[in-house]
Design a binder for this molecule. Structure first.
Ligand code: ADP
Ligand code: MG
Length: 737
């Protein structure tokens, strides 16, 4: 099971079950499986959480009272009892052979089993004193050696002891884990390094074998950072290789469409006279309410070039809230229709899809398309809504028209590319506000687009997002897309004054502002607290909040209600009343979050604002400031957490979506960003997008150049390794020769 050179590949390690290890029997196999570890590969990619430097840990004799310390000691005795008020208390006495440490655990009865006599562990907490003796309460505990964990030769363990995550939960000690890893690495011998030596030395990276030994079995703390560098590089590198390969593959296999769209038509000024012989794009822009911003024009030019090319477009359009993405999207959809094809617009929610349909119908009114099937050869351009809520006859008719070409633009959620939906000829797909979509989902969407279109070609794809994505994150999540950025807001936008209202007077001022603005003919949103558990409970509390406001702070105003449990017809009606001004205030749950566009709305009050994420708050605030008038955002509530306070502070300080996104990335880390969307094994385990940006940039550059050279043909070891990180279907797509 080794390479010709005798060096093992990761894929071979993935084929060796942990049960093959000397000390892993049935019980431990199960425990490891509980941690998601079934193979030797899984084991060696579970990295230590931290290390204990045995030469530098505190001795019991030199503990300073009042300071934090990590103490390595052996459990001498354990007592579990209940306190007078019935709480569980586990009291442990630990010793270094000379002195003693009292450790108490409140409400952690399981500690009695974990810390039986003879167990060696590190206790980490602030040291206090009790009757002249050092004491710790509820410390962090890392069990190093369990009572029955004696198979490992203690003399073979270095001064640096790695601490493995989650091992306590599974009933495995760090000592045992370290033993398994040690055995694995020793028995595996030297590992094949698929990264060419020239690149390694150019970037100053360790070879793979040294890196894995360095992180698992360091002989000094200095061994760890360079080991991590290399492993982090690998995490980025694999991801970037896959992205680059995917793009290359797309270019090879895709049969796209060349849409007729001229730059000339993009430069048309509003009010220019047009005829039915002009392109729809030209007619639309000439008839539009305003001239394009410089950024809109530039981005449309980039998109038009993609649309004209026979290669399918894969483009991400980033533009902050209110930057005017809709016009751009519509122009792209119209270009498809100019070529006799159809466009699809996908929204993240049904509410938003419904709203898009309404505004599209308004914006596209008066446009006609050629249709030989009808009398006169022309018919009005047809926009069709297709969501889960469109049912029965209406749905059947819509589907029929879509398949026959009687519908030009279809709007819905991503159910648009599933099941029963077939297109006559799908030319352009626009996905709105979809930063939550991963690489694989997008690939799927594209495949569906082709499969569902009678033409059998790959539609052009435009992904839009208002959530500014830090550059590094974009490289990871959207690394397979070209990027366009709308970095300019339409002229005349006034800043949105953002206030964090904590005191009773400040809150009163907020409601007063709502009344003042409404008195001037403007409109206001009130966002109800987020209820994580259930949309139903959230709806109930929104109903109550509306009633409360309508009879108290906002008495006398026309206050409407919008929440996720309402029927779509009800929602439509409410939105329409709000748009018209029959409703002055709209009390809503986050269903309002994305895309809702009422330019007369100038105030938004967000209750319990700290419950929302930063991206969400920024989106919500973007519901106002869309017209010519000065706007206001009030953030209500006193955050119970530091993170909450940081978020609200950042909102007050900045209106720049990119700056906020950086703060968000700092607060939440990459986990939430990538979410479950990246496949398990390709997860970034060690990498941190902010800290390791330089490595990411290197990894991307190297990956692009290797793939560009020959699609990895001269690097079979890399191909072999990548197969470990993708499923079979994808491997077949990426590596089919
Ligand atoms: P978003 O990028 O958030 O989707 P929208 O497309 O909804 O932004 O546009 C926000 C608002 O700005 C809308 O009211 C829209 O009509 C208006 N708008 C878009 N482009 C321009 C422009 N070039 N000049 C003036 N107003 C514009
Ligand atoms: Mg929008």
């Amino acid at each position: 099971m080794t390479d010709a050179t005798g060096e093992r590949r990761l894929r071979q390690l993935a084929a060796i079950e942990v049960a093959k290890l000397r000390h892993v029997g049935v019980k431990r196999t199960e425990a490891l499986a509980g941690l998601g570890i079934t193979s030797v590969f899984d084991l060696i990619t579970l990295y230590p959480r931290r290390y204990i430097d045995r030469t530098r840990r505190a001795e019991l004799s030199d503990l300073a009272i009042g300071e934090e310390a990590a103490v390595f000691a052996t459990v001498e005795s354990v007592k579990a009892r209940r306190t007078q008020n019935g709480k569980s208390l586990v009291e442990v006495v630990a010793t270094d052979g000379e002195r003693f440490l009292r450790v108490s655990f409140f409400n952690q009865p399981w500690r009695a089993n974990q810390l039986s006599q003879g167990v060696q562990a590190v206790f980490f907490a602030k040291v206090t004193e009790y009757r002249g003796q050092a004491q710790m309460a509820n410390p962090v505990v890392d069990v190093i050696v369990g009572v029955d964990g004696e198979e490992r030769d203690p003399s073979k363990v270095g001064v640096i002891v790695p601490i493995y995550p989650a091992s306590g939960k599974a009933g495995l000690t760090s000592w045992e884990m370290g033993g398994f890893v040690d055995e694995s690495l020793r028995r595996a011998g030297p590992l094949l390094d698929p990264l060419p030596a020239s690149i390694r030395s150019e970037l100053g990276l360790l070879d793979r074998t040294s890196a894995l030994r360095g992180i698992h079995l360091p002989t000094a703390m200095d061994d760890v950072p360079p080991a991590k560098q290399r492993l982090i590089f690998d995490e980025f590198f694999r991801l970037q290789l896959l992205l680059a390969l995917r793009r290359r593959r797309q270019a090879e296999v895709e049969a796209g469409v060349s849409h007729p769209v001229s730059d000339d038509d993009l430069d048309v000024a509003p009010g220019t006279a047009t005829t039915e012989h002009d392109s729809l794009v030209r007619q639309f822009l000439a008839g539009h309410r305003f001239a394009l911003t410089g950024a809109q024009r530039r981005v449309l030019g980039e998109i038009a070039a993609d649309l004209r090319s026979p290669r399918p477009m894969h483009r991400l359009l980033q533009g902050d809230v209110g930057s005017g993405k809709t016009v751009v999207a519509l122009s792209a959809l119209l270009a498809a229709i100019d070529g006799g094809r159809q466009g699809a617009l996908m929204a993240p929610t049904e509410v938003l899809a419904e709203q898009h349909v309404a505004s599209l119908r308004r914006d596209l009114e008066g446009l006609y398309v050629h249709d030989d099937g009808v009398l006169g050869g022309r018919r009005p351009l047809r926009v069709q809504l297709l969501t889960g809520r469109v049912k029965g006859k209406e749905r059947a008719a819509g589907l029929e028209a879509l398949a026959s070409g009687g519908v030009d633009i279809v709007v819905g959620t991503h159910a648009l590319l599933t099941d029963d939906v077939c297109y006559h000829a799908l030319g352009v797909v626009v996905i709105d506000e979809q930063h939550r979509f991963g690489v694989e989902q997008r690939a799927q969407l594209r495949d569906k687009g082709r499969q569902h279109s009678a033409e059998g070609r790959d539609p052009d794809l435009l992904v839009m997002t208002a959530t500014p994505i830090p550059r590094t994150a974009a490289m990871v999540v959207f690394g397979d897309l070209d990027r366009s950025v709308l970095d300019e807001l339409p002229k005349g936008r006034k800043p949105i004054t953002t206030t964090w209202s904590r005191s009773v007077t400040e809150v009163r001022d907020a409601w007063q502002r709502v009344r003042d603005e409404v008195a001037m003919g403007r409109r206001a949103y009130v966002i109800c607290p987020l209820v994580e558990e259930s949309e139903r409970i959230e709806a109930t509390s929104a109903v109550a909040e509306r009633t409360r406001l309508a009879t108290n702070e906002l008495a006398g105003l026309a206050v409407g209600l919008l929440h996720g449990q309402m029927k779509s017809a009800e929602k439509d009606a409410v939105m329409e009343e709000f748009r018209r001004g029959d409703l002055q205030v709209l009390v809503a749950t986050v269903v309002i979050e994305v895309g809702v566009d009422v330019p007369e709305a100038t105030v938004i009050v967000i209750e319990d604002a700290w419950r929302f994420g930063l991206a969400q708050l920024h989106q919500l605030r973007g519901r106002v400031g869309r017209g010519q008038d000065a706007s206001y955002c009030y953030l209500l509530g006193d955050p119970p957490s530091d993170d909450g306070a940081t978020r609200l502070g950042a909102m007050v300080d900045s209106q720049d979506g990119f700056a906020l996104a950086e703060v968000d990335l700092d607060l939440r880390g990459e986990g939430t960003l990538l979410g479950a969307r990246q496949r398990g094994r390709s997860d970034l385990r060690l990498a941190n997008l902010r800290r390791d940006e330089a490595l990411l940039v290197d990894a991307r550059r190297v990956a692009l150049s290797l793939v560009a050279a020959d699609g990895l043909e001269s690097h079979p070891e890399l191909v072999d390794e990548l197969k470990l990180f993708v499923d079979e279907e994808e491997a077949a797509y990426l590596f089919k020769s």
